[in-house]
Design a protein around this ligand. Structure first.
Ligand SMILES: Nc1ncnc2c1ncn2[C@@H]1O[C@H](COP(=O)(O)OP(=O)(O)OP(=O)(O)O)[C@@H](O)[C@H]1O
Ligand SMILES: [Mg+2]
Length: 285
């Protein structure tokens, strides 16, 4: 059974897409030489901006097929997800569901009037759960059916939080949305953690917020991601950080280079693999 992780925060520009892309790529790299072959990772981009897809499949993304993620969400019966899925540009075991801006904006508008509008992504993913080790879902910066679908489909949520005063202020609303999803659809939806992002350690504001977050979220704090120009350049070069700044002899054991972004995202990847691996064993008894 795939472990599904949704990256969510209704606030814009907090590092959701950067985290979704680098987590998906990092997990794909770490699992790439797994002897049992259970190494496939799927990236689902629920944001109509489709920035995550630009980073994993820039070339292929230019030719979106007639049927894409929006059809999975709105059509009854939906098209076969197996037929839609494509391989990413840089990692043989990283895959994505094609998506397209205009179709996703239409889907977001149509969903509220459709039957089972909150569970459509979950249902669409069900047939492929055995084929993937991990499914990573990126979400748009607002509440609405696209976010709800992404949470209902998830086992775990990671919440990137910009380390600024405005960054922590909007979290109550997201926590309420998560509680609603737990109450109505998914009692065991787990907050894997809060990820301090875009941290500028030389700024006292960043340091104070980080301290405050540690007090508030304690064990739910994930390792800090600092602001690093490599991460922004990788994004604008349509690459994940491990592809943009690889080490000299890359392998599943060796994914960290001199670039701080590779070290920090590898730390997150390894923590996520450790924590969700245990969760999976626990669930399967
Ligand atoms: N740690 C970082 N260091 C430097 N730049 C970063 C970092 N994280 C993200 N960025 C840059 O900040 C911008 C916003 O990041 P990103 O797109 O990941 O946020 P988002 O939460 O997905 O935004 P949106 O809500 O619009 O989807 C991007 O240009 C990205 O390249
Ligand atoms: Mg984004």
């Amino acid at each position: 059974m795939a472990i599904t992780i949704t990256i969510a925060n209704e606030k814009g520009g907090v590092g959701k897409t950067t985290t979704a892309v680098n987590l998906a790529a990092g997990i794909a790299l770490r699992l790439s030489e797994r002897p049992d072959g259970r190494n496939r990772v799927l990236l689902v981009d629920m944001d109509p901006q489709v920035h995550a897809l630009l980073a994993v499949a820039y070339e292929k993304h230019q030719h979106t097929p007639a049927e894409s993620l929006a059809a999975l969400l709105t059509e009854t019966p939906p098209p076969s997800i197996q037929r839609l899925i494509q391989r990413s540009d840089y990692h043989a075991n990283l895959f994505f569901v094609p998506s397209e801006r205009a179709a996703m904006i239409r889907a977001a508008r149509e969903l509220p009037a459709l039957m089972a509008n909150e569970t459509r992504l979950q249902r669409a993913l069900t047939p492929i759960l055995d084929e993937y080790a991990y499914i990573i879902i990126d979400t748009p910066p607002n509440t609405g059916d696209l976010l709800i679908n992404s949470l209902v489909a998830a086992d775990h949520v990671i919440i990137p939080v910009e380390t600024s005063y405005l960054g922590v202020s909007g979290l109550i609303e997201l926590q309420r949305t998560i509680e609603q999803v737990q109450t109505h659809f998914k009692p065991d939806l787990n907050i894997l953690g809060y990820l301090p992002s875009l941290c500028e350690e030389q700024r006292s504001e960043s340091r104070e917020i980080l301290e405050e977050m540690h007090k508030r979220y304690k064990k739910l704090m994930l390792p800090t991601i600092h602001k690093a120009s490599d991460l922004a350049y990788a994004h604008s070069s349509h690459m994940d950080i491990f592809t943009y700044r690889p080490p000299r002899n890359p392998s599943s054991q060796n994914i960290i280079s001199s670039s701080r972004g590779t070290r920090e995202y590898a730390e997150l990847v390894d923590l996520v693999l450790k924590q969700t691996g245990d969760h999976k064993r626990y669930r399967e008894g």
